[in-house]
Write a protein that binds this ligand. Structure first.
Ligand code: Z5A
Length: 210
């Protein structure tokens, strides 16, 4: 049976990395073979594109260059990793996917959503996530958490208003597709966040049996 495609999204400091490992372990204890990946990235070529995208630089990056690089990385990721894994029955658990393009390039940068939809269809065909966890928290709290970490990359250097637009865009997408999205309050303690994830993981197990 074809595997399922699960994505995890959120704004800065939402705790994606901290929770993805928990989700992976929960799925594995339910007997599911999980392939972990991330975007942009996931294959050697796509990781090179990621490095190009994240590195702070003097030259300003035009919106279309950023958008097309995201989808170039995605095309390679889908062909070389995601589809082969799903076809052999593994589940792919991916740190960000195209919802991030709608949120960051669409909401954050103001790219026309129709342009993103066109590329989505071109690059993905019918591939869409079966389930998306949106780790949501107030932007200020997320930025506070993120500031305690490493040197900011090109996206992390953006202002609070940019991340407010990103958050709004994510929440709008979640409202438009409530059957795919699970919105998690990521502003709580990590144990409470994980407690919120559990019923959704049970629902995913039912997907497997269904
Ligand atoms: N991007 C894009 O623009 N368009 C696209 O299509 C795609 C991506 C796919 C890189 O993504 C950038 O690419 C991203 C959007 C853009 N830029 N930004 N910003 P990324 O996912 O690799 O980068 P990131 O968002 O910075 O993710 P991250 O660094 O992995 O952060 P995180 O996973 O959400 O957070 P974390 O590392 O798990 O947690 C952050 C800190 O908070 C850490 O110290 C934790 O210990 C702490 N934490 C986590 N949870 C809690 C709780 N519950 N309480 C207290 N503290 C906590």
């Amino acid at each position: 049976m074809r595997g399922r495609f699960i994505t995890v999204e959120g704004t800065e400091g939402a705790g994606k990395s901290s929770n993805i490992d928990f989700i992976r372990r929960q799925l594995e204890t339910r007997g599911i073979d999980v392939v972990l990946s991330r975007e942009p990235g996931g294959t050697p070529l796509a990781e090179e594109i990621r490095a190009l995208l994240l590195r702070p630089r003097e030259e300003s990056v035009c919106q279309d260059a950023e958008l097309l690089l995201m989808f170039a990385a995605r095309a390679q990721h889908i062909a070389a990793l995601i589809l082969p894994a799903l076809e052999r029955g593994s589940w792919v658990l991916c740190d960000r996917f195209t919802d991030a393009t709608f949120a960051y390039q669409g909401g954050g940068r103001g790219v026309d959503v129709e342009r993103i939809r066109t590329l989505e269809t071109l690059v993905q065909g019918s591939l869409r996530p079966d389930c998306t966890f949106l780790l949501d928290l107030p932007v200020e709290l997320g930025l506070e958490r993120a500031r305690k970490r490493s040197v900011p990359d090109r996206f992390e250097q953006e202002k609070q208003a940019f991340f407010e637009r990103v958050r709004r865009s994510y929440l709008q997408r979640a409202m438009a597709e409530p059957e795919r999205f699970a919105v998690i309050n990521a502003g709580e303690d990590i144990e409470q966040v994980q407690h919120q994830l559990l019923p959704h993981l049970d629902r995913l197990q039912a997907l497997r049996n269904g």
